[in-house]
Design a protein around this ligand. Structure first.
Ligand code: DAH
Length: 332
């Protein structure tokens, strides 16, 4: 055997200088490959005498383990060196971070969620169990003191389907809740309503409303004003100018409509109808209107969303234009 410790030491230093996987593989083959120096040296043992064999074999095994040991250590080092090189080559740490886009709810749903939160805190129960889209005229009109000759009942406004109708307002939930609840009660109902309207910038045949109903012994118009002004301030995060206009709804007396000032457009936008619940509505549900009184209001959710997100056309909410809807984010 020609191998000496000096050759091995020299070889170990060469291995330690390998900085790429290819260099290291060349070194490995040089020593441990089929034609490698260690492999070949082992083959010469067969030609030695019985006395010489043990010492030479012992020496060779020692050389072999030195080489294997250093090859393994260098392999780990080369791995680290190459990883660092890949990072340096490919990752430009000066690049602007890519913004993560996170989805959010549709603006209409966001408004509903925020209102739900507000009214829950004020003790109003969300009565989605009375959110019936297919109604009958009895609940949608009759029990709400809307007589048969009222224009709202004409074919032009209402979608009729056989005996049933698609509700024209969420106020239809009022008689159902009233009939089935112990008084006093505070409730809100969210849902879709349907009207035979031709779509334009402010109308769609299907839209969303929130109906709010409170019945108690000592309920007055001041309570109604307070809760309306508070929820508008909560929703918009600031006190917006509000205008009350005397109005008429068969199911409230007195009745008002409420407009909110839109600073950007310099115009008033009607957002809700409200009033003190008409005694007939309380009576129709089997309660005594001389004991109980209440207030109610119905808000257009799309109107609130348009106001909040400064939209010109209600149809923008339904066009699934993600570049627009993506910007409509209500919760800060
Ligand atoms: N239901 C009415 C509508 O859809 C809105 C409304 C007006 C609801 C007055 C009310 C109310 O509760 O008191 O136009």
């Amino acid at each position: 055997m020609d191998l000496k410790q000096a050759d091995i030491d020299h070889g170990l230093r060469a291995i330690q200088q390998a900085v790429t996987t290819t260099d290291l593989e060349t070194q490995r083959l040089h020593w441990m490959g089929k034609q490698g120096l260690i492999t070949q040296a082992f083959k010469t043992i067969g030609r030695l005498s019985v006395e010489e064999k043990p010492a030479v074999a012992k020496q060779l095994n020692e050389f072999k383990s030195q080489i294997i040991d250093v090859l393994a250590k260098q392999k780990e080092l080369v791995k680290k060196i190459e990883l660092q090189k890949a990072i340096d080559d490919k990752i430009d740490v000066t690049l602007e971070p890519r913004l993560l886009t996170q989805g959010h709810h549709h603006p209409i749903h966001q408004v509903i969620k925020k209102l739900n939160y507000f009214f829950a805190q004020r003790g109003f129960e969300s009565r989605s169990d009375y959110n019936l889209e297919i109604e009958d005229e009895w609940h949608n009109f009759e029990l709400l003191n809307i007589p048969a000759h009222h224009p709202a009942r004409s074919m032009q406004d209402t979608f009729y389907c056989g005996e049933k109708i698609l509700r024209t307002h969420v106020s239809a939930a009022q008689p159902r809740i009233l009939k089935n609840s112990k008084l006093p009660l505070s409730a809100v109902v969210f849902g879709r309503v349907f009207r035979c309207d031709t779509p334009d910038a402010t109308h769609t045949p299907v839209f969303h409303q929130m109906e709010c109903l409170r019945i108690d012994r000592h309920c007055n118009f001041g309570h109604l004003k307070t809760i309306i002004e508070d929820f508008i301030t909560f929703l918009f995060g600031e006190k917006l100018p509000i205008r009350y206009r005397a109005s008429y709804f068969p199911f409230t007396e007195p009745s008002v409509e409420i407009d909110v000032w839109m600073p950007e457009k310099k115009a008033w936008l009607e957002i809700l109808g409200a009033g003190m619940v008409h005694p007939n509505v309380i009576k129709n549900a089997g309660h005594d209107p001389s004991v109980y009184r209440g207030f109610a209001f119905g808000v257009g959710i799309e109107r609130l969303a348009m106001l909040y997100f400064d939209l010109d056309d209600v149809r923008e909410l339904y066009n699934s234009d993600l570049s627009l809807l993506g910007d409509c984010y209500l919760w800060q």
